[in-house]
Write a protein that binds this ligand. Structure first.
Ligand code: FMN
Length: 339
């Protein structure tokens, strides 16, 4: 299947469902995930539909004890799958949490009817999207793009609140700094984070390279050692505070009506499509999640943001320098039960 070609729909129609899904999965696995754990698995059903499955062996029990971010990450992979299919002219029928007795299967996906909207710009953005942790330029998103992002979230039942005023950003900066200090003071948090910081040359093809944090890839083990050993909370807090005040003209909060698996999946689907819309327009994003991850800070974040729903992700949107691509496991490593 030639995903670049406008005429690929014809090719797609001539292949088996499994072949089509295997091709689409190449794009699903490029989705973002917490600590780049890639906590997703896929399995074909007897009818050659596709199950999206939570891989809880890749959970982060300290920072994400309820697998909330794990589920958001799987939602993002699901949306990448949909974008790839839609760009090829085929909708996917998605049944989320299809089996109430099985909390591993997060979605059942069928190849559906024709899809008429042109989403090739989002599809092309799958390869461009990156998490950019550097400071952003002092430039707001154009209003049309900001509205498009809010609309995408709403289509998924998620509220997206964009924050640019200095007072709110300052209040949020204090919450992030407080969260950084609390998290880094906990040796279990540091050990868990350090376990996912490693060179991109590692066979596991997951985790975060030191290059994502401004050091050469080869020094990733040193970075991991430092994270594991020292409480860097004050330094990280000061850095994040400065980044928010001086390098983050727009903060963004995704919030959902409830705090359920369905809501987390929808947050992930919204996240993916918003990030792709940003990347398609030359913009980028990164995460500031401590005030969402810590129970004692989450209600205070909600107050500071003034959102109706429950905060699920706190992010920065804007224009930044390029970031290096991160590693991914292959489709075969994520696809269960195929020869
Ligand atoms: C649910 C979720 C939570 C994340 N939380 C953080 C975070 O708190 N801090 C951070 O720097 N990156 C965070 N990330 C970004 C991941 O580290 C990133 O997606 C991963 O390393 C892959 O890199 P890429 O997004 O450039 O492809 C998060 C991503 C997801 C999907």
């Amino acid at each position: 299947m030639d995903m670049e070609s406008k005429n690929s729909y014809k090719t797609l129609a001539g292949e088996t469902k499994r072949d089509i899904f295997k091709e689409l999965l190449k794009y699903a696995v490029l989705a973002p995930s917490g600590h780049n754990t890639q906590p997703w698995l896929f399995r074909f059903t007897e009818d050659d539909d596709l199950y999206v499955i939570a891989d809880r062996t890749r959970a982060l029990p300290v920072v994400d004890p309820h697998d909330r971010e794990l589920t958001i990450s799987c939602g993002a992979a699901l949306d990448h799958l949909e974008v790839a299919s839609q760009a090829n002219g085929k909708a996917l029928d998605v049944d989320i949490c299809p089996n109430p007795n099985d909390d591993e299967v997060l979605a059942r996906v069928r190849i559906g009817g024709e899809f008429f909207h042109d989403v090739r710009d989002l599809f092309d953005a799958i390869h461009k999207r990156r998490t950019t942790r550097a400071k952003f330029e002092d430039r707001l998103l154009p209003e049309t793009l900001a509205k498009e992002c809010a609309y995408i979230a709403e289509q998924n039942g998620i509220e997206l609140t964009l924050i640019s005023d200095a007072d709110s950003r300052s209040a949020i900066a204090e919450l992030v700094a407080e969260g950084d200090r609390i998290q880094f003071a906990d040796p279990r948090f540091r050990r868990e984070l350090a376990a996912w910081v490693h060179s991109r040359r590692r066979a596991s093809q997951d985790g975060m390279s030191g290059s994502g944090f401004g050091m050469p890839d080869i020094l990733s083990p040193v970075g991991a050692l430092v994270i594991r050993t020292f409480d860097l909370g004050n330094g990280i807090a000061a850095g994040d505070r400065e980044k928010i005040l001086e390098g983050s003209p727009t903060l963004a909060v995704f919030s959902s009506p409830k705090d359920t698996v369905e809501n987390w999946l929808q947050t992930g689907r919204a996240l993916s499509r918003v990030l792709l819309a940003l990347a398609a327009n030359g913009a980028t994003a990164s995460y500031l999640n401590p005030p969402v991850e810590l129970d004692q800070l989450r209600p205070r974040l909600r107050d500071a943001v003034g959102c109706k729903g429950i905060p699920q992700l706190l992010m920065r949107f804007g224009y930044g320098p390029g970031a290096e691509p991160t590693v991914r496991r292959s489709v075969d490593q994520a696809l269960l039960g195929t020869e």
